[in-house]
Design a protein around this ligand. Sequence first.
Ligand SMILES: [Zn+2]
Ligand SMILES: [Zn+2]
Length: 248
Amino acid sequence: MSKRDSNAVGIFGRFLDLLYPAVCELCQVSLTHGYSLCEDCRNDLPRIVSPFCEKCGEPFDGNISDEFCCQNCSGLKADFAFARASLKGLALSFRLVHGLKYQRQFFLARELAIFLKETLEEDPRFAEFNGAILVPVPLFWRRQQWRQGNQAYELSRELSRLSGHETIEAIKRVRPTNTQTKLNRKQRLSNLREAFRIKKKYAPIITKRKVIIIDDVFTTGATAHECARVLKEDGRVNDVAVLTLIRG
Ligand SMILES: [Zn+2]
Ligand SMILES: [Zn+2]
């Protein structure tokens, strides 16, 4: 945590310290700066750095200096320009997303959005998305009610606060979809068919704009592709990129 960040948190941070147990989510060391991770844990979380697939953001070991496309992506059609994730899909990162997603620890979004902001600033391709709208991947309303929130929306809202990009919940999930964990990409795509639609009231606002889709985890890219497809239908949205916390 930089000094500037801790100053920015200020009184509000100290107020949050009173509301939430001020210990690091990962190592339980006590904290005083109003965030949820200690400096060591924050630094230790495995960032995705080059080389990674230029389409899906999958990281690779080794020395590849040119832009490249991974085996999964070559020849695959996706309606987004590229997808980037901030953290590698290792146990530590998943533990944080699990807290956000299933244990209603929505205060974690505030901390996790800082990783998204890092990626937004680091990857030069996002410069093309200056002024883009952030659109979180929606949950079906029943699931959202059960979880008492949508982790993608929480991340997006916090990233808006940090980056100045506006969050608009422009897409809705119009039917429940089965859990995708055991499905491959093809099965996921058919599971998601007709699952998303643009909310009518937001259609004029997103027309001819650029969009960054926000989600917690990118696995096969089926969800991101389907959201991008709906956004670009009839030439509505100009261009779509994807930013997630984890590359699963
Ligand atoms: Zn820690
Ligand atoms: Zn790829």
